[in-house]
Design a protein around this ligand. Structure first.
Ligand code: ADP
Ligand code: MG
Ligand code: ZN
Length: 715
């Protein structure tokens, strides 16, 4: 049976296979089993009701909380030649009646409505009389009071549905359900545990980065220089920040627009449209922007400042990469952000208990900024994601920190300067003293007499400031907040001053998009053509074809209908509508570029070139060691080649195994040795290695023991 559904996925949507969870959901819905799908943003929830909606007889009713999303979805379906419509308060009365008449005649396969529609007697009367294929609650967390966007009208649909009576199956879909919300939805819509399909929250195409101690505006400028033409959102914490950043970037000719609640509705609408229609690639906004934006080709989301909690962060950052393409989520962290968020909580009208709760969530956000571990795993743990996850290998903590520099001496100078200044000044005055500035205020305070005056005069004031910010971000230097935040020493500062610990400053490289295995100029031509057609039809460009599709076209340049149907996102329906036009663009381009090499796409298996990995060529350090090991080198050789301790190489290799890579264990031990070590381990309570080693024969070294423990998941 699922074959038929695969055919629909192919013909209409041009996709080759189902994504995780889709098939399980679709199968249940087809069998009239109420089902809940919990999938991450961009996981492909729409397909879960669109495929059964096309497969079953009758009209599918989709309940969606956001008017703008309905329009997008309907436009996408219409672009595929599927009869669909939406009915909501944005339409005139006459238009609503006209569409309702269409619904009554069974003209549509899909009807999108806002929850309030179920309070209309007329609406209920009409749908009572038609054949319904399914009812889907999109963004189903809105149904629960435990959810973050509770909509009472969503909940009150349920009793109204009961009186309709001719509904064969209900389904619910959401990306943001906690346990409470899930069981609430289950109870309301009568969904058994076995019919909850939860694929977790992981977003494998997003790379998270934390950037500390950098001048934010310069960072953003450098980033944008490397990402011209790519769409992205920059979130600021306040309207003021948004205005200031917008002015700075605009004056440098960056094609940006801005969006916040302080602007007129008209101006906001215009900004949003310019962004969605690919006219301005950069959107600078507060968190007022983004709800109901389904733009699929957002390649990066930068947070200019730390947001208030991980929920908001993940939701905002998650607007990147809905199309499944690799995208970056960057958080520019500065310790002042914590103060700002605390202030915002303090100022709010929440009661004391609610405030405490917000402080707790804020602390988790701060911990995220300071963790040394994998950022993706941190977030998934925070959401108690049930699926198995390991280090992502993409985030700024998993990637090697490049450009490490030892700044212990500079740090000591900075710290002793703070001490000499009696911990009474902030970052900028401290930097001025170290620089040896002739600043008027500095002279007034007679700070030029300090022994640390001009100690770092070889550096620019900005470089000194950056180092101070870095020390604060790393909690090597504390701050005390008042009207003017001042620098304070803490225990870590003392350790550094006493030479008990060193300080290494690192800079994570600015992420760049490296998938250059397609012809960029052809991509640009296709994009221009897409934009032209989209404008004629008054549609967002990504509704016609996603960027993924255009990239595939510029990689394989198909010449025929058959070739074209092999491209991701082009099924027969899409081809009928736009295929020829794009074939024409490709043909013309090829005439101009006869040297361009054709690549053949054979169902699913892509012939060379292989897409480049987005990590540096080599990949994470432990995998570099692992690969050398697999190529036959001994641990000692690798340690010589890489100039690292043998212990480190060993742990690299074991880590690779824990990441799921295969290892030939017989290099480390034989069966008998394994049995002896495991038996000894059984006897010894102490989890440390030393007692175990002592209990074993002399020739059992640490490597052998560790290997057995790692293999057996005991370490
Ligand atoms: P969600 O609602 O879960 O956030 P969408 O339904 O908007 O996600 O889908 C996100 C993107 O993934 C869309 O561009 C969609 O066309 C694409 N997509 C969905 N299912 C598949 C699939 N099986 N293969 C390839 N792309 C898919
Ligand atoms: Mg969706
Ligand atoms: Zn990671």
């Amino acid at each position: 049976m699922i074959l038929e559904q695969e055919k629909i996925l192919n013909t209409y949507f041009g996709y080759e296979s189902f994504r995780p969870g889709q098939q399980e959901v679709i199968k249940r819905v087809i069998q009239s089993t109420n089902t809940l799908a919990v999938m991450p943003t961009g996981g492909g929830k729409s397909i879960c009701y669109q495929v059964p909606g096309l497969s079953l007889d009758g009209t599918a009713i989709i309940i969606s909380p956001l008017i703008s999303l309905m329009k997008d979805q309907v436009d996408s379906l219409l672009a595929l030649g599927i009869p669909a419509t939406f009915i909501n308060s944005s339409l005139s009365q006459a238009e609503q009646e006209d569409r309702m008449a269409g619904v009554a005649n069974g003209r549509f396969k899909f009807v999108y409505v806002a929850p309030e529609r179920f309070e209309s007697y007329g609406f209920i009367q009409v749908i009572k009389r038609i054949q319904i294929s399914l009812v889907a609650f999109d963004e189903a967390h809105c149904i629960s009071q435990w959810g973050h966007d509770f909509r009472p009208s969503y909940r009150s649909i349920v009793p109204n549905l009961k009186q309709i009576g001719n509904i064969p199956v209900c389904m619910a879909l959401t990306a943001t359900a906690t346990e409470e919300v899930i069981s609430d939805i289950q109870e309301l819509l009568h969904i058994d545990n076995s019919n909850v399909i939860n694929t977790g929250f992981a977003r494998d195409n997003l790379a998270f980065h934390i950037v500390k101690g950098k001048d934010r505006t310069s960072y953003i400028r450098s980033f944008l220089e490397r990402h011209t033409d790519e769409s992205g959102i920059i979130y600021t914490a306040t309207r003021k920040q948004a205005d200031a950043l917008f002015d700075q970037l605009e004056s440098r000719g960056v094609p940006a627009c801005k969006y916040h609640a302080g602007m007129s509705e008209q101006a906001r609408k215009q900004a949003q449209a310019a962004f969605i229609h690919d006219e301005k690639p950069v959107m600078i906004a507060t968190n007022a922007f983004g709800m109901g934006i389904d733009k699929s080709n957002v390649r990066y989301v930068i947070h200019y400042a730390m947001p208030m909690n991980i929920e908001s962060y993940y939701q905002e950052a998650g607007r990147a990469g809905r199309d499944g393409e690799a995208s970056d989520c960057i958080l520019l962290f500065s310790p002042q952000d914590i103060q700002l968020q605390k202030f915002l909580i303090e100022q709010s009208l929440m009661d004391e208990a609610a405030k405490q709760n917000e402080y707790r969530k804020l602390q988790a956000m701060v911990n995220y900024c300071h963790t040394q571990g994998c950022l993706s795993s941190f977030v998934l743990d925070y959401f108690k994601d049930i699926s198995f996850h390991k280090n992502c290998g993409r985030c700024s903590n998993c990637l090697e920190k490049v450009e490490k520099t030892d700044i212990t001496e500079e740090a000591q100078m900075i710290l002793s300067c703070v001490k000499r200044m009696n911990e009474r000044f902030g970052v900028s005055m401290t930097a001025k003293v170290l620089k040896g500035s002739k600043d008027k205020k500095l002279l007034e305070f007679r700070l030029q007499t300090l022994s640390t005056y001009g100690l770092l005069s070889a550096y620019t004031e900005k470089e000194i400031t950056e180092r101070i910010h870095f020390l604060v971000a790393e909690q090597i230097l504390g701050t005390e907040e008042g009207k003017f935040p001042t620098l304070k020493l803490n225990q870590h500062s003392i350790d550094v001053l006493k030479g008990k610990r060193t300080v290494e400053m690192y800079t994570a490289p600015i992420p760049t998009s490296e998938d250059d295995d397609f012809y960029k100029d052809l991509f640009e031509e296709l994009r221009a053509r897409r934009k032209q057609i989209a404008d004629e039809l008054n549609l967002p460009p990504y509704v016609l074809f996603s960027d993924v599709t255009l990239k595939e076209l510029s990689r394989y340049f198909p010449v025929s209908r058959e070739d074209m149907l092999e491209i991701k996102g082009i099924g027969e329906k899409k081809f009928e509508q736009y295929g020829e036009v794009f074939l024409e663009v490709i043909k013309k381009w090829r005439e101009k570029h006869p040297e361009a090499k054709t690549r053949v796409k054979i169902s699913g298996s892509i012939t060379p070139p292989k897409p480049k990995k987005r990590e540096e060529e080599e990949g994470p350090s432990h995998l570099v060691s692992y690969k050398l090991f697999q190529s036959g080198k001994s641990i000692r050789d690798i340690s010589a080649i890489r100039d690292m301790k043998t212990m480190t190489i060993e742990s690299h290799i074991f880590k690779a195994f824990q990441d799921g890579y295969p290892l030939a264990w017989d290099i480390f031990f034989n069966e008998q040795e394994e049995a002896i070590i495991l038996a000894a381990k059984e006897q010894i309570e102490d989890p440390k290695l030393k007692p175990l080693k002592e209990a074993l024969p002399e020739d059992y070294d640490y490597t052998k023991i560790k290997a057995v423990l790692v293999k057996n998941g005991l370490m």
